[in-house]
Design a protein around this ligand. Structure first.
Ligand code: 13P
Ligand code: SF4
Length: 336
């Protein structure tokens, strides 16, 4: 086997989580990734939950809506997606002619996994008068069964694009769905899914933390459970939370979302203090294990070998594209 083929084979195994490729430790990964971007006309898109080094080398960092918008308009030949599978899959759905690669194919999402298409199809059939609004954190199979997709930054606008008396199924995140029900006065039927990271915050520990930091504001992602959202000073998507900390006058924040976002918050407001909201046990559960599968090393290997690549059935892709396009159109009209 040639050396190059060996590396490709190793990379394929790595993507399946079977082994670690040892890279020459003297390689400057930042420089190499920049070189590969130019050589391959590649764009590196990263979610805010990626580790700081990845955010620093990315061409664009954003929330799920921003990333989908960037994926829709990029002129690059190859999209390198430093995020989780459903995000890279969304980029492929929007760009069938481009190569979309992800550093680790096993970077999944507990929320997406909580909604298997065959079960959801049966649920939908039981409610034929309902339209389906799905959070972007779902598989292409769920997107294909949906009328429109939403993200945490546009969910309110998407839901309000339907008449008030239109019955709606909201999937897969019950917490975001319940929050949108509250702010829109709707009564959407909620799929029983949740994010493993946003479900673990402890209201009791946050309350104690607030006693020690009386001037700190609690800012929370709407994937958090209702008891947390009820005591939050601000609720928003990752971009919303970041913007809030830039414009708000407070000096201290307790941040109830994945810890990766703190990197941009600290960069934008170096004199402010950001405290990750405590989980209800002593684990580092507010680090998303899926997001954190990606590393600089894996990004370098994935760009060098253009693997692992996102591929999908064309019929499924076409069916999944429609509700995403509808979301992008509504977002544009709302100025998002
Ligand atoms: P946003 O970045 O759209 O707020 O989503 C958060 C999230 O959980 C992504 O997986
Ligand atoms: Fe999925 Fe939650 Fe991780 Fe986002 S933070 S990728 S919703 S498991």
């Amino acid at each position: 086997m040639l050396a190059d083929e060996l590396i490709v084979a190793k990379q394929e195994l790595l993507s399946k989580g079977f082994l670690d490729v040892e890279l020459d430790p003297t390689i400057d990964l930042f420089q190499e990734i920049e070189r590969l971007k130019k050589e391959k006309n590649a764009v590196l898109l990263a979610h805010y939950y990626q580790e700081p080094d990845i955010q620093d080398v990315a061409d664009y960092i954003g929330d799920s809506l921003g990333l989908a918008q960037q994926a829709e308009k990029t002129k690059a030949d190859m999209i390198v997606f430093a995020g989780v599978h459903f995000m890279a899959e969304t980029a492929k759905i929007l760009n069938p002619g481009k190569k979309v690669v992800i550093p680790d194919l096993k970077a999944g999402c507990s929320l997406s996994d909580s909604c298997p298409p065959p079960l959801f199809k049966k649920f939908k059939e039981q409610h034929p008068d309902h339209v389906v609004v799905s959070y972007i954190n779902c598989s292409a199979g769920i997107k294909a069964l949906s009328d429109v997709i939403c993200t945490s930054s546009n969910a309110k606008y998407i839901v309000e694009s339907f008449p008030k008396d239109q019955p709606i199924i909201f999937a897969p995140d019950k917490n975001l769905g319940a929050y949108i029900n509250k702010v829109t006065g709707r009564n959407m039927l909620l799929w029983n899914g949740a994010c493993m990271v946003h479900e673990i915050f402890s209201r009791e520990k946050i309350t104690k933390l607030k006693i020690r930091h009386p001037n700190a504001k609690l800012i929370a992602h709407p994937e958090c459970e209702d008891p947390i959202l009820r005591i939050a000073d601000y609720i928003g998507s990752t971009t919303g939370l970041l913007k809030f900390t830039q414009t708000d006058t407070s000096q201290e924040y307790i941040v109830a979302t994945e810890t990766g976002i703190l990197h941009q918050m600290m960069k934008a407001s170096p004199l402010k203090t950001f405290i990750p909201a405590p989980p209800d046990n002593s684990c580092a559960c507010n680090d998303c294990p899926h997001m954190k599968r990606n590393t600089l090393e894996k990004i370098y290997l994935c760009m060098e070998h253009e693997l692992p690549e996102i591929t999908m059935d064309e019929e499924l892709r076409i069916a999944a594209r429609k509700p995403i396009e509808r979301m992008l159109e509504i977002s544009k009209q709302a100025g998002l």
